[in-house]
Ligand binder design. Structure first.
Ligand code: ACO
Length: 457
């Protein structure tokens, strides 16, 4: 039986190895002092603070762990998303991503992530209504977006305008009030597509289209993006469905870079709009949400199928990375990439085949057969094929991370709320190993020696 506080999925709890001798402890011997320490093991993990008792002198700080980039550090206990990177498994609240992508809607999945269970019909209707009630943005936000330069990156505009929402909803600072949290969650999930569509319309110089609450969540987004002079924009059901599935696939991915940013920044008890802006900023980077943009740039640079072997050679020589390949957690085919690859066929039926698909397929084919990639367990990740679909649907590449941010918002707010309600959490504040100079006296400017500035500064 799962222990209190253990992951709720039985399947998952079963994977935590149980001691065969009944002892759930780790014995550490410090060879500097000869002392032994017995440290409890919980969920196959030790508390880093238990190591602090390991010291040479009483007034020493005590032993720390060194883990740059958090390769092996659990920063929280979570019940939201489960990943087994070796097996290529992804589940939201226990439900396999493949089933959710096939049977669910993004708003249903958002509810699941935030509230922990799939909604009943009446809960779903209320939730949809709550979201629809908050899709409009303040007219001054529109003016704020107007102020951006014509060629501003949509992601930069999105990050800034989400942060600006905190100045419009000053009640959002009441993060300990469940009703206030609920309202800000509605606002964030509802307004992200509106902000995203407005920054897109601004960058292409078209008038803003206001939300149409008769449409579905992805349908309304497509309408705000692409409606021209027609009285009623006709949303293509295949593209509407594809976008919804893409939002589902991107909704959460446990403690990734942007979610960790959301939790870390949120742990200072700042309002959720500011924390979401931080999370979106993390997502903007090419190693995270910017990767599908980088994939398309890479594919267009490769240019044709016949250039793929030469490109792979340069990657193996360390002259660049195969974008859309590799993952910190997945050491197997990313389950989201499998769903997206199938979805691409449905989308291309409507939009016509993206000519760069052949280059992507060839890259995948060669890489999956190549010792370099096999040895390092590098497989296509979610971003390898998503950009091709987005491009075929008419999105410019700089909108790709914005689309990712819309889907990921439900995950960010679910993780933010879980962090706030977790009594074990405090303000995030890592330690460091200080390797800088020891104590030295201030030297007046005229007496300072000319030191060479290191080349990389
Ligand atoms: N192409 C070629 N080689 C790679 C790639 C790649 N895409 N990814 C990793 N490697 C190699 C590294 O050079 C390294 O080789 P070495 O051991 O010979 O030095 C080895 O594989 C391990 O790489 P790390 O950088 O240590 O792996 P890490 O877990 O830190 O990086 C990351 C994960 C950032 C995703 C990396 O695989 C990468 O840069 N991929 C390309 C960018 C990308 O697609 N990002 C999207 C990730 S999914 C998402 O954020 C939604």
């Amino acid at each position: 039986m799962a222990k209190p506080g253990a992951p709720s999925s039985l399947d998952q709890a079963e994977q935590i190895p149980q001691p065969t001798n009944g002892r759930n402890t780790l014995t550490i011997k410090d060879d500097r002092t000869g002392k032994q320490y017995v440290i409890p093991i919980e969920y196959d993990t030790i508390h880093a603070t238990d190591l602090r008792q390991i010291k040479i002198k009483d007034d020493d700080f005590g032993m720390m762990t060194y883990d740059p980039a958090f390769l092996n550090t659990a920063a929280c206990k979570s019940r939201i998303t489960y990943i087994d990177g070796d097996k290529g498994i992804l589940r939201y609240r226990g439900y396999p991503i493949e089933q959710l992508a096939e049977k669910s809607t993004y708003l249903e999945v958002a509810y699941l992530l935030i509230y922990g269970e799939l909604p009943t019909k009446s809960q779903y209707e209320k939730w949809m209504n709550d979201i629809k009630m908050h899709t409009l943005i303040h007219e001054n936000i529109k003016k704020f977006v107007d102020g951006f330069h014509y060629d501003a990156h949509p992601m930069g505009m999105l990050i800034s305008s989400v942060a600006a929402l905190s100045t419009f909803y000053t009640d959002a600072k009441h993060i300990s009030d469940p009703e206030s949290r609920k309202l800000q969650i509605f606002r964030l999930v509802a307004k992200m597509p509106t902000l995203a569509a407005f920054v897109f319309r601004h960058s292409v110089g078209r008038p803003y289209v206001y939300p149409d609450n008769d449409l579905s969540y992805p349908g309304n987004f497509l309408n705000m993006l692409f409606r021209m002079t027609e009285l009623k924009y006709k949303v293509d059901p295949v593209l509407e469905h594809a976008l919804d599935v893409l939002f589902i696939l991107h909704a959460d991915h446990e403690q990734n870079c942007s979610t960790s940013a959301m939790r870390n920044v949120g742990s200072s008890h700042v309002d959720p709009f500011s924390a979401t802006a931080a999370a979106a900023a993390a997502l903007y980077g090419p190693l995270h949400g910017g990767a599908n943009e980088a994939v398309l740039l890479m594919l267009s640079e490769i240019g044709s199928k016949s250039n793929v072997p030469a490109f792979i050679k340069t990657v193996k020589e360390g002259k660049g990375r195969l974008m859309g390949f590799g993952h910190r957690v997945y050491k197997n085919y990313d389950p989201r990439a499998k769903v997206i690859k199938k979805l691409a066929d449905e989308v291309f039926e409507v939009t016509g085949r993206n000519p760069m698909l052949d280059i992507a397929l060839e890259l995948e084919h060669i890489a999956l057969d190549d010792e370099y990639f096999i040895k390092r367990k590098l497989y296509p990740n979610v971003d390898f094929y998503s950009g091709l679909i987005y491009q075929a649907m008419g999105f410019p590449v700089d909108m790709f991370p914005v689309l990712f941010a819309i889907g990921r918002t439900s995950g960010w707010v679910a993780q933010w709320q879980e962090m706030l309600l977790d009594p074990e959490q405090k303000i995030a504040r890592p330690r460091q190993i200080f390797l800088g100079p020891g104590l030295r006296d201030y030297v007046m400017m005229g007496k300072r020696a000319e030191e060479k500035v290191p080349k990389n500064l």
